[in-house]
Design a protein around this ligand. Sequence first.
Ligand code: AMP
Length: 395
Amino acid sequence: MKTLNDIDFNGKKALIRVDFNVPLNENFEVTDNTRIKAAKPTIIKILEDGGSCILMSHLGRPKGRQDEFSLRHIVDSVEDVFGVEVIYVSDCIGTEAEEAAQSLEQGQILILENLRFHPEEKQGDESFAQKLALLGDVYVNDAFGTAHRAHASTATIARFFSGRKCFGYLLAKEIESIKTVMESGEKPVTAILGGAKVSSKITIINNILDKIDHLIIGGGMAYTFVKALGGKIGDSIVEDDKQELALEILKQAKEKQVQVHLPKDIVASDAFSNDANIQVCSVKNIPDNWMGLDAGPETIAYFNEIISLSKTILWNGPVGVFEMETFSKGTIALGEAIAKATKKGSFSLVGGGDSVAAVKQFGFEKKVSYVSTGGGAMLESLEGKTLPGIAAMLE
Ligand code: AMP
């Protein structure tokens, strides 16, 4: 399949699926333009080649045509990022869109109205996809955030661009990063899984056990393992019905020679509150009515040691309730350890869920190798699923 670099866009109209599903405030202003900036390398390359860009995206979850979800609201923000005037059309298909696309000149950007104003988008409808396909000469998919959806603009449309389609730089980078961790990463490979529940991570664990050397289990999900191993976990979060599963995971890990690392000490609290009383205690001996909400100093040092030896690192899920300052230290220390390993040459991928929020909140974004832009898409990739948006391009 062609890459973006293989195509000379001079005089061509690129129809680009971007993920501009950005947050808006009550005045409909963009409050975080990260996703717009993420598409910049692709769009700049096409414009510099002498091409033009027709951008299509969804915004929110509209039920039919609802003005609050109009992509008109983000036009100013897109103009700020690209420094050129952006043309907007009030529908993504039909005469107005076709005429605007037709008269688009080299170096210009056109943004189509929210794809999800048409229910056919989410249905992956073929005739809707065909109408979209009329607008461009080349199809570029640069929306990793929706690559796990078999929608018209993310998957179905690809079949109308045989030999004239490619991934954008952002999507290509996501695919490459996942591949590095799952297939070609230098050993030892370490996965750090945290977050609240074992149940939401079980498919990931099953998929990665064959690919990793170390598995660090932290955060809320660790307590199900500790309890299953006979520990006393007080009021800590637990999934009692997953205890057997936890033991099965440990057994499988042993068979596959994966070393599993659980917390040693934790910060326990007498309430789920930032101002509660706290004490550091063994993860196996948490007093009644107390709950473990963060990694303790011994655990932090232990996890740091494993991370410092790792050449490839995957991080998914915080190791404490990082949203509350009192319980954010473990997650911050983990971010610091990964940043340090990255500086020494290790590859680190942070993706899927709240670890991305933590990395951004604590300023580690530029200190790790790659932070994924797609929550659900990253989780499904780590679970070993083939993403429809990627499969459609390879057909
Ligand atoms: P996930 O979306 O699965 O990555 O879960 C993230 C959530 O797990 C965050 O909101 C954390 O506050 C929460 N979490 C992490 N550690 C704990 C813990 N020890 N007890 C309760 N919740 C936790």
